[in-house]
Design a protein around this ligand. Structure first.
Ligand code: SAH
Length: 399
């Protein structure tokens, strides 16, 4: 296995500035940077040799100094629902990550990407937490997951197998679709790898008119376990992306168990940071809540959550906090179960009655372990443990 230091840089690791500088050093004309950028982020080239309008010697030089990307597919799976795909990638140093593509009603196509190999946050109900932390991903490794999914959407989907291929409703089998949404809800804690995540987000937002991928900020969601200082810092960044916060419990006593980082950044601090974030950015935030039977689905937790949401809204009567629930997905290392339908209904009613906007997410890709909180590295030689991801909200808003 090669150590990361010996692995050549990938073209996706380069910022636009770095690429420009590199080409200038090589004595190339300035427009080459734009050409290459266009191949990387618009044409989604799968090989440096596809960049046919570059002179052959330049291509050779690029290949000598860089690799295009560093992800190798170790496994790929389609869910029986026909709308969810998952890839297990092996990175150059042997660590593994997972990436998920979720399609919704033939219109929305969301990539769920990982920001770290493993996770150090230790949430017991999450498969990534159960596997532990390996390392931060480089910006290029985060971006490459997005490009990979975008490329997969573009290609004809003749590799669909089994039930997925038979889905009559699939418009997608013809290929040629564009990625419409991006969520940083795969393995890892994005704010624990802050600068690479921010660089990756900026990169995918790079305007199409400048040869970039051009995904709109509103189509991107970063999810955090609740690192309060990073939430404050994020409020000052010039990226208008959506923020989701994995709350899962409305009392410190319970949250200390479900989301152990709560012991470092307890609810009071988290809520204050979130409130400040909203006040400064005027953007809506969502609180995520995995409904666990008999644990956090009680009327008491629902009432406490209502109070927290009210404290988070900077002005009384404001509705800038949204609650996004999902029934717990099963993972190998956690005994808990999803709440019953009746309980979920009751829980939602408490929120709705209090006027709090809320959605219930549909579980997706559970059969291939691609649901929220199910992502992990799972090649046979890796430790047999789990990790996480997250579908985006179903249109079922109430309140
Ligand atoms: N570390 C970040 C990004 C991960 S997003 C964060 O915590 O927000 C993954 C989402 O799935 C988080 O909201 C996480 O709490 C949730 N999740 C984890 N395990 C889950 C499970 N077993 N069932 C449903 N959701 C889960």
């Amino acid at each position: 296995m090669r150590t990361p230091a010996l692995v050549p840089a990938s073209l996706y690791d380069l910022t636009h500035e770095q690429l420009t500088r590199q080409l200038a050093e090589w004595g190339e004309p300035a427009f080459r940077a734009r050409q290459i950028w266009h191949w990387l982020y618009q044409r989604l080239a799968g090989d440096i040799d596809e960049m046919t309008d570059l002179p052959r010697p330049l291509r050779a030089r690029l290949k000598q100094a860089y690799v295009l990307g560093r992800l190798t597919v170790a496994a790929s799976q389609h869910s029986l629902d026909g709308w969810t795909r998952k890839w297990l990638f092996r990175l150059a140093d042997g660590s593994e990550i997972e990436t998920v593509l979720m399609e919704y009603d033939g219109l929305r196509r969301t990539a769920c990407v990982s920001s770290q190999a493993g996770c150090a946050m230790d949430c017991p109900f999450c498969a990534t937490g159960q596997m532990g932390f390996l390392r931060n991903l480089r910006a290029g490794e985060i971006i490459e997951q997005v490009i990979w999914v975008a490329r997969a959407l573009q290609a004809p989907h003749d590799d669909l197998q089994g039930a997925a291929a038979k889905q009559p409703a699939r418009t997608v089998a013809s290929g040629g679709e564009r990625l419409s949404n991006l969520v940083l809800m795969g393995m890892g804690e994005p704010f624990a790898n802050y600068s690479s995540v921010l660089e990756a987000v900026r990169r995918v937002m790079w305007p199409q008119s400048d040869g970039g991928f051009g995904l709109g900020a509103r189509k991107i969601t970063v999810s955090t376990v609740g690192l309060a200082p990073a939430i404050r810092r994020f409020a000052d960044e010039d990226v208008q992306v959506n923020l989701a916060i994995s709350l899962h419990a409305a009392t410190d006593e319970l949250r200390d168990q479900l989301v152990p980082i709560n012991r470092r950044y307890p609810l009071r601090e988290l809520i204050e940071a979130t409130r400040e974030y909203i006040a400064r950015t005027n953007r809506r935030v969502s609180y995520e809540w995995a409904l666990i039977r008999g644990v956090n689905d009680t009327p008491k937790q629902a009432e406490a959550l209502v109070a927290l949401v009210r404290q988070t809204n900077p002005k009384p009567g404001a509705n800038l906090v949204h609650v996004n629930m999902i029934p717990l997905n099963p993972t190998w290392g956690y005994e808990g179960h999803a709440s019953s339908r009746a309980r979920i209904q009751q829980f939602r009613e408490v929120l709705t009655r209090a006027g709090i906007p809320n959605t219930l997410r549909v579980r997706r890709g559970i059969d291939i372990g691609a649901g929220c909180g199910q992502l992990k590295s799972e090649s046979p030689r890796a430790k047999p443990t789990p990790a996480e991801a997250v579908p985006t909200p179903e249109k079922q808003t109430s309140g």
